[in-house]
Design a binder for this molecule. Structure first.
Ligand code: GLA
Length: 399
């Protein structure tokens, strides 16, 4: 992370003048609770130790100047305006989208300079885009004295993705990037936006992400179709139960009573969401009773539901989950995030980490002819400023 900070800082000073603030905005994992956020249900994400780092400062030039350390083209410059159009450089929209949403919310954003880079793999389902949006919202709040709460930043960052980038994502990714806490998962109620931290620190277990290396964007894809199907289910149920506004408000009995009126596919989507919400609640109980085995079983059930009823998995994700069958080092495995590619999340006993990785690799290669990627991640803090002090502490800690 130190190296990353240095490269973002030196890219910054190579192009811009003022002394910047440094912001660290992490990616996220989600232990369980998939495709529940936009259905106002429960999720259980955490921020990780892979992040986007931003160097930012105001300029008095009436310009927004953006510099990417890893992408090409690497530079975008636009004048400060009342409103913004989509930029032809796609990465710039994650930043301009935040400015646009802040302005719509009545905040005045002047000229600023920003360089950024990160080690969150792009398109792997670890929310690199949400991390970038969260980091920009956090940095601009600081630079322009907006005093936004983290929840306000979360909403702005999500709206940037919804309205400017054009992906109708839920709130989970931006919430996790901003509110993460070291060694804790966040149980977020996406209806009330109330949340609780649950301890997630196991000396003998690691979070292993296995990457299919399949990349698919969510924009204009099946993701938005799933949202619509859930809304369709809600509309049918609401006719009989007017108090229902989202799948979160629906009981299993209510769903069953309206099953005949629904398309079979819509029914299966709704059924999955209701069951997944129950699994999140039960999985949190497992954490309190320190029963990681039972927690892991729910991860497998979650994958099964995502594959069979929600139909957002893909061959490669299924192979990675199947690869863990019978491996006694693996407590649980499931696809993570929007689906159709990206990573599975696995809870693995530390003493079996290497042999687990080797078995998964061999199985995946045999079935797909491709090499998977692997990341062991730790749960870290949410978006924060990097101060000189923390830099010194980190460096001293490494000596
Ligand atoms: C993507 C979205 C999230 C969430 C997940 C699925 O990561 O950005 O809001 O819907 O998919 O759980």
């Amino acid at each position: 992370m130190d190296e990353l900070q240095d490269s973002v800082r030196s890219a910054y000073s190579g192009r811009f003048d003022n002394e910047p603030i440094m912001v660290c905005a992490p990616g996220r994992v989600n232990l369980i609770g998939e495709h529940t956020d936009y259905n106002k249900g429960f999720v259980l994400p955490a921020a990780i130790d892979k992040a986007i780092i931003l160097a930012m400062s105001k300029n008095n030039l009436g310009l927004i100047r953006l510099l990417s350390v890893d992408m090409s083209p690497d530079y975008v410059e636009i004048p400060v305006a009342e409103s913004y159009d989509k930029n032809e450089v796609s990465w710039a929209n994650y930043l301009i989208g935040v400015v646009s949403e802040l302005q719509k919310a009545g905040h005045r954003i002047g000229g600023f300079d920003c360089s950024f880079g990160g080690d969150v793999p792009i398109g792997a389902g670890l929310s690199s885009s949400a991390a970038l949006e969260s980091g920009v919202a956090f940095g601009l709040s600081d630079l322009f004295g907006l005093n936004l709460t983290k929840l306000e930043m979360t909403k702005i960052a999500m709206q940037a993705e919804n309205n400017f980038v054009g992906v109708k994502c839920g709130i989970m990714d931006q919430f996790a990037s901003l509110h993460g806490k070291k060694d804790s998962v966040i149980k977020l109620d996406c209806r009330s936006l109330g949340y609780e931290y649950y301890p997630f620190r196991w000396h003998d277990v690691r979070i292993l992400l296995c990457d299919t290396m399949v990349r698919r964007t969510l924009a204009g894809s099946e993701y938005n179709i799933r949202r619509k199907q859930c809304e369709e289910g809600v509309a049918i149920i609401k006719k009989v139960y007017p108090e229902v506004n989202s799948l979160r408000d629906v009981t299993t009995e209510q769903l069953e009573s309206q099953r005949e009126k629904m398309d079979a596919v819509v029914y299966r989507r709704c059924l999955y969401v209701l069951n997944e919400n129950k699994r999140v609640a039960a999985a949190c109980e497992d954490l309190l009773s320190e029963d990681l085995k039972s927690f892991g079983e729910k991860m497998y059930q979650s994958h099964h539901g995502l594959k069979e009823n929600y139909e957002v998995s893909c061959y490669e994700l299924d192979v990675l989950v199947d690869a863990t069958e019978g491996l006694d080092g693996v407590l649980g495995a499931r696809m993570m995030g929007g689906g159709f590619g990206g990573c599975t999340i696995n809870l693995v006993t530390i003493s079996k980490l290497e042999e687990t990785r080797a078995s998964i690799r061999d199985y995946y290669f045999e079935k797909t002819g491709k090499e998977p990627g692997f990341h062991v991640v730790k749960i870290g803090n949410g978006t924060h400023l990097l101060t000189e002090d923390s830099e010194i502490v980190t460096r001293a800690g490494q000596i």
